[in-house]
Design a binder for this molecule. Structure first.
Ligand SMILES: [Zn+2]
Length: 317
């Protein structure tokens, strides 16, 4: 007779214990956490919105990461279980994922939830896993970087879980819900507007409902560039007993702004992913950190995401 396999999911308290334990035995993680505690942050305000600009030189490994296919094939993948540092301990997130501490944190608590197998970053088949992760890691904010929208390992499926309410979007999104885009018995999708990087807010109390709403949106998204494996987007997900799931989807126009490719004083080396779209904007060179102004941030967000023209990104539904 088949035995009923119970899946083991790590919860928030266990994840925080892992972080405390790993800091004691893994010098690179301890150094990363200490470096983060000393990073410079400046607050920029634009039309009542807050962006925390971070000068975090340790992140240059990620923001300048090459993600072309040949480079990815030839490098040892840092999320594959076989290549993890010997001190790194992983905790189970269901049968298919491991929760790992990120040694180059942007947040005081910064975890990677990596697939146990080397499989490409693709949200459609694993959206339910993202929801389950958020439910078990209630209190943390879970996010997803699309393969062309900020993921530094687009060839290895992963989510990230970070300190809740640290990204301005965690609280600002609710205040910028403008209209209902889709309403069904199982929940609704609202428009996120007036937000420099507009998008959609999905709310549902059931996993099935959230999946069905998301799949509906996914299929109507036009932000699909030739050669891409999915519409470009960043996703934020939080779960609470009272509200169920709140999922924010920010469609992307581009991965990097033109300033990344500029030369001389015009150049700004940023590779914005979900954290940056969530309002924690990471720079890795002091000169870039100094250069960021409200006008420049507005320009960068307008290149990466949609403003008032958001609805051009979806077909009729
Ligand atoms: Zn891998």
């Amino acid at each position: 007779m088949m035995q009923n396999q119970t899946e083991t999911w790590t919860n928030t308290a266990e994840a925080l214990q892992l972080l405390a334990r790993q800091r004691k035995v893994w010098p690179a993680l301890q150094a990363g956490c200490e470096a983060l505690s000393k990073v410079k942050v400046k607050l920029i305000r634009i039309d009542g919105l807050t962006v925390k600009v971070q000068y975090n030189p340790a992140r240059s490994v990620s923001s300048c990461a090459k993600t072309d296919a040949q480079f990815l094939r030839e490098r040892p993948c840092f999320l594959c279980p076989a290549h993890l540092p010997p001190q790194q301990e992983g905790l189970p997130m269901g049968q298919n994922y491991l929760l790992l501490c990120n040694p180059y944190p942007i947040f005081p608590e910064h975890f990677t939830i990596a697939s146990r197998t080397h499989t490409p970053q693709h949200i459609y088949p694993c959206f339910a896993d993202l929801l389950k992760t958020a439910r078990h890691l209630s209190g943390l904010s879970i996010f997803y970087n699309g393969p062309q929208s900020g993921a530094s390992a687009p060839d290895h499926l992963h989510f990230q879980a970070v300190t809740g309410l640290y990204m301005p979007i965690d609280e600002e999104a609710e205040l910028h819900k403008t209209a209902i885009w889709l309403e069904k018995e199982e929940g609704a999708i609202y428009l996120l507007g007036g937000y420099l990087r507009n998008g959609f807010i999905l709310e549902s109390e059931t996993e099935q409902g959230a999946c069905s709403l998301f799949f509906h949106l996914y299929k109507t998204l036009r932000a699909h560039v030739e050669g891409d494996t999915e519409p470009r987007m960043n996703i934020f997900c939080r779960y609470s007993e009272t509200k169920g799931w709140v999922v924010i989807i920010i469609p992307r126009k581009a991965h990097r702004p033109r300033q990344f490719y500029a030369t001389g004083s015009e150049q700004i080396l940023v590779s914005p992913g979900a954290a940056d779209m969530g309002g924690v904007f990471v720079t890795t060179r002091e000169e870039d950190f100094q250069k960021i102004t409200p006008t420049l941030l507005q320009d960068i967000y307008a290149q990466l995401a949609f403003g008032n023209e958001l609805l051009s990104v979806v077909s009729d539904h």
